[in-house]
Design a protein around this ligand. Sequence first.
Ligand SMILES: Cc1cc2nc3c(=O)[nH]c(=O)nc-3n(C[C@H](O)[C@H](O)[C@H](O)COP(=O)(O)OP(=O)(O)OC[C@H]3O[C@@H](n4cnc5c(N)ncnc54)[C@H](O)[C@@H]3O)c2cc1C
Length: 404
Amino acid sequence: MTPAIPTIKMEKTDAVIIGGGPAGSIVASTLAKKGFEIILLEKRPQIGVPVRCGEATGSREEISRFIPIDETWILADINAARLIAPGGRIVEKHLPSVGVVLDRSRFDQALAGQAANSGADVRVHTEAVGLLRGKNCVEGVLARDHRTGKTYELNAKVTIGADGIEGFIGRWAGITRHLKLSAIHSAIQYLIEDDGLPRDTIELYAGRKIAPGGYAWVFPKQKGFANVGLGVDPTMIEENTAKDFLDRFVEQHFPNAKIHATVAGGTSGTKPLKTMVGNGVLLVGEAAHQNNPLSGGGIMNALEGAEEASKVLTEALTTGDVSCRFLEQYDSRWKNRVGHAITKFALLRKLIYRLEDHELDNIAAVLDGISRNGEDKPIDYAEIFKTAVKTAPGLIWKAKNLLW
Ligand SMILES: Cc1cc2nc3c(=O)[nH]c(=O)nc-3n(C[C@H](O)[C@H](O)[C@H](O)COP(=O)(O)OP(=O)(O)OC[C@H]3O[C@@H](n4cnc5c(N)ncnc54)[C@H](O)[C@@H]3O)c2cc1C
């Protein structure tokens, strides 16, 4: 519900974007470059601070489609991935230049800087605290400037919720609801310093005792530093906390590590929303559940979601049609580009994270065989699934019971 707060002024703009993360900044820069008047609101005092992210993402090539690469926000290149099964089997895959580990604060600041340089009005310290509603249509937001304590109306032809997993734009507009507890990865991470860290290889640890309903990660940063974290399904950890599991993991694998910082947060683990739009309003990035529900990763998806959203928003603002019916093109564009894959990952999440440790060990053995036979071939998920089922036919029954 929109709170009753005295307002002091009214501004008009073409689009107001709520959230200065990757999704919001890319929509802002794309629309501003087309000549539209754009205001981007970020409630925090500084873009990208604090970081709530493992900071591992796609390749330099993929990122450079959205912003020119700047070495100041790349901390490490990823050239291999190591999966460590509960029984200790290590499956290693050489994946040259598959991704990078970012300095996420600097990266988000660079994206917001790109938006500002393109002509967008980027306002930090400014929170959307309610929606402005016209007849059956969202017409902007009520914005509060935390520096002055003043609240004002921002009237916009279209309102874009890029406000992340905790965002309210989708809920106020009636597009999203509270996520069920089982649909959230509850994540915690330490920035550690240690001598025994991998260099250009990410490590993923699976197992019920390590991270029930999720996995643990080691993402190397600059020499001697790494993000070490884990995500769990909060309904599977009984009276423990995610921190209990992380403390145990760090104690076991990096007993001499120095912990410099702690990050905690959640990511959504669900299939795509039925719709991400309403009359005069559209959601993008994690606010629209666009992240990968299996891994929790959402940086590249936010950029790609923003790209699709911007195409439809450009047409909507050009033609003056911001109706739900027009904006729905974005739903189908997203589904065709990434959404169908997200649906599959959501099903896989339900299956994989409920397997017993010995079943995960069996799958790791299958993966090990495949990766030894085709060291430099891309990952073929269909082949993995077929071989896993042949090796452990019981998985089919487990899948049937868990998924349907
Ligand atoms: C612990 C953890 C580890 C992760 N690790 C990875 C990883 O390694 N790789 C990866 O790809 N993804 C990772 N993710 C997910 C990734 O961080 C998100 O998917 C990504 O940030 C989504 O980008 P976004 O722009 O949609 O939203 P966000 O980056 O969340 O940006 C939303 C912004 O909106 C602002 N905001 C919210 N409400 C308002 C309001 N009312 N008014 C104004 N501003 C508002 C917020 O302050 C925030 O800055 C991780 C997430 C967590 C929690």
